[in-house]
Write a protein that binds this ligand. Structure first.
Ligand SMILES: Cc1cc2nc3c(=O)[nH]c(=O)nc-3n(C[C@H](O)[C@H](O)[C@H](O)COP(=O)(O)OP(=O)(O)OC[C@H]3O[C@@H](n4cnc5c(N)ncnc54)[C@H](O)[C@@H]3O)c2cc1C
Length: 553
């Protein structure tokens, strides 16, 4: 009989101490080497047993503790990385950083049958689940619900924010974050015996050598996936005054009466609208001429109007000269339209971008080149200038979205471990800003396409033409398509609409798979959906859509 790894489904656990109870009972069975019960909600336990341990003994132990159990799977234990010792080179791959890119890289390597070390520092799961997508989107949805509830249903009538228990909302957010971290990261590890999780800070020491908290390893290849962190410009007085960043803003237990948000891009605007809807008076200061400066111009100006309509103050073209604290308030002095202007508020949130976690890791000494903003430079295969080292996710400084981190993590691992030679494809990456209305886009803006010298045609349709929007009495927004004038291929799509994120995937598929605007025109779109706006915009290249009857036909 061989040593085995068993997965058990445990039923009847109702709290964390039940999970500990089960773990203890399993650990006491003869022959058990390792037990994991990730938590009571997962209802899944794993145990590694030496030959003398049997599934019956494990099941009896769980039942003896008062829970029911069945054996879900059992596999012979392969040579697992737990036998790996520092320095013996047993790991085929070492992934540095246990966020989304790191997990994707480690899982891809495990699927390829390789032994992987996943090195994590800080809270496992990285940015998205702990301090990014999940906490921000759950707060956004919470205040959105409140906003809609407080809103008169019909066009033209504006909202009075209702009452909200902010500490309660924040505590629900923390609960969700804990659950998802458990379910999507900690719990997932136990499904891959090929992955060894090493807690610690990794540093490169040249070639394929890595030190983790002083222990030396020599894995076959390395994937850097150390992510990024909030970055603030060097404005006189800012560091001394102190400020919130996206991480600490999501932790605020009390709502400020007023807040300045420095930076009018996705993260800044999402948080600005969230706090405004919860009851804070918010001013957004943006140095460039428009908010969402990298999106289509028409979308930035339309969103400005909607946010202002909700009571936010939006100030583009403001260059901050200094920050100070006076009488418990933040005072920002600066210049707009060549005149001096001052803003003040109880809180200051700086959302001016994120920079790669690449410092003090021995990267440059190990031959990994960095760009001007500290980002790890990679080629199309995500390989750095050190041939043993690949990089993925936010640390590369580009396309900072979690699905890109996950895609690039898998790609980097595959390219590092095989001769697949897969090229990183950024041509169709969707971008969403989770304001309300949302901004969703993919491909090139009109300005970027023309800037590349492309001959393009453009169509713009207001959401007011979309029956779904009319029926919902919410006609905010527009759809803009950019098509190649010669080939009719869709090269860019830009949507401002409630839940625009749910619409954009049609355009993503069209851009990725070379679907022409004419194909979109000839395809049925379900009636009374906002996605029909994309078909109307496709039709608008050819006809006056105000003369159409029902169903965009
Ligand atoms: C407020 C906010 C909202 C967001 N919302 C969205 C959204 O809605 N949708 C979306 O797609 N994206 C969103 N993002 C972006 C998304 O979260 C990131 O693009 C993604 O999480 C990056 O993943 P990553 O694996 O590259 O890095 P990370 O998740 O940051 O993981 C890197 C990990 O490496 C660790 N590490 C660093 N240095 C070392 C070292 N030397 N040794 C070991 N470990 C190390 C770090 O501690 C961290 O755990 C949001 C970001 C923020 C800040």
């Amino acid at each position: 009989m061989e040593a085995e790894r068993l997965e058990l489904d445990v039923r009847g656990m109702t709290c964390e101490s039940c999970a500990l109870h089960v773990e203890k009972a399993l650990g006491a069975v003869t022959g058990v080497k390792d037990v994991r019960v990730p938590g009571w909600k997962s209802a899944r336990a794993t145990a590694e047993v030496e030959p003398e341990g049997t599934a019956d003994d494990l099941a009896a132990a769980v039942r003896g503790s008062g829970y029911s159990v069945s054996v879900r799977s059992r596999k012979p234990l392969k040579a697992t990385p737990s036998r790996a010792e520092p320095g013996n080179g047993v790991f085929d791959l070492m992934v540095i950083g246990a966020g989304s890119a790191g997990f994707a890289a480690a899982i891809k390597a495990a699927e390829l049958g390789k032994l992987v070390a996943l090195v994590g520092m800080g809270t496992i799961g990285g940015t998205c689940v702990n301090v990014g997508c999940i906490p921000s989107k759950t707060l956004i949805r919470a205040v959105e619900t409140l906003h809609v509830a407080g809103q008169a249903r019909f066009r033209g009538v504006h909202t009075i924010p209702g009452r909200i228990s902010w500490p309660e909302v924040v505590s629900h957010k923390d609960e969700l974050v804990n659950e998802m971290r458990q379910e999507k990261y900690i719990g997932v590890l136990s499904a891959y015996p090929e992955i060894t999780y090493l807690e610690g800070r990794a540093q490169l020491s040249g070639g394929n050598r890595v030190e983790v908290d002083g222990l030396a390893y020599a894995p076959g290849k390395i994937v850097l996936a150390t992510g990024a962190q909030p970055w603030a410009p060097s404005i006189p007085g800012l560091a001394q005054a102190g400020y919130l960043d996206s991480t600490s803003a999501l932790e605020l237990k009390e709502l400020p009466k007023s807040m300045i948000v420095l930076g009018g891009n996705a993260v800044g605007l999402e948080l600005a609208q969230t706090f405004a809807r919860a009851g804070t008076y918010v001013t957004v200061l943006e140095v460039l001429p428009s908010i969402l400066p990298f999106e289509d111009e028409e979308i930035g100006s339309a969103l400005t109007r909607y946010l202002e309509g909700e009571g936010l103050r939006i100030v583009p073209g403001f260059k901050t000269a200094s920050v100070a604290r006076q009488n418990g308030r933040y005072v920002l002095r600066g210049v707009k339209n060549e005149g001096e202007v001052t803003f003040d508020a109880e809180q200051l949130l700086v959302a001016t971008g994120r920079r790669a976690n690449s410092a003090d890791m021995g990267l440059e000494e190990a031959g990994v080149h960095l760009g001007a903003r500290g980002e790890v430079l990679v080629n199309d295969l995500l390989q750095t200038h050190n041939p043993f080292v690949y990089a993925a996710g936010d640390v590369t400084g580009r396309d900072m979205f979690v699905y890109v981190a996950s895609y690039s993590g898998g790609l980097a691992a595959e390219n590092a471990l095989t001769s697949a030679g897969k090229v990183y494809d950024a041509s169709y990456i969707p971008r969403i800003t989770f304001t309300d209305p949302q901004v969703a886009s993919a491909g090139l803006t009109e300005a970027a396409a023309r800037g590349q010298g492309r001959d393009v045609r453009v169509s713009v349709v207001a959401m007011a033409h979309v029956p779904r929007a009319q029926a919902a009495r919410d006609t905010r927004g527009l759809v803009k398509l950019v098509a190649d004038a010669q080939t009719d291929h869709l090269v860019g799509a830009h949507v401002l609409a409630p839940e625009a994120g749910e619409m954009i995937q049609t355009a993503v598929l069209a851009i990725r798979f070379g679907i022409r605007v004419g194909d979109l025109r000839r395809t049925m779109f379900p009636y009374l959906t906002n996605a029909e706006g994309l078909k109307l915009a496709a039709l608008a290249f050819e006809k006056d859509i105000s003369k159409l009857s029902c169903c965009a036909g």
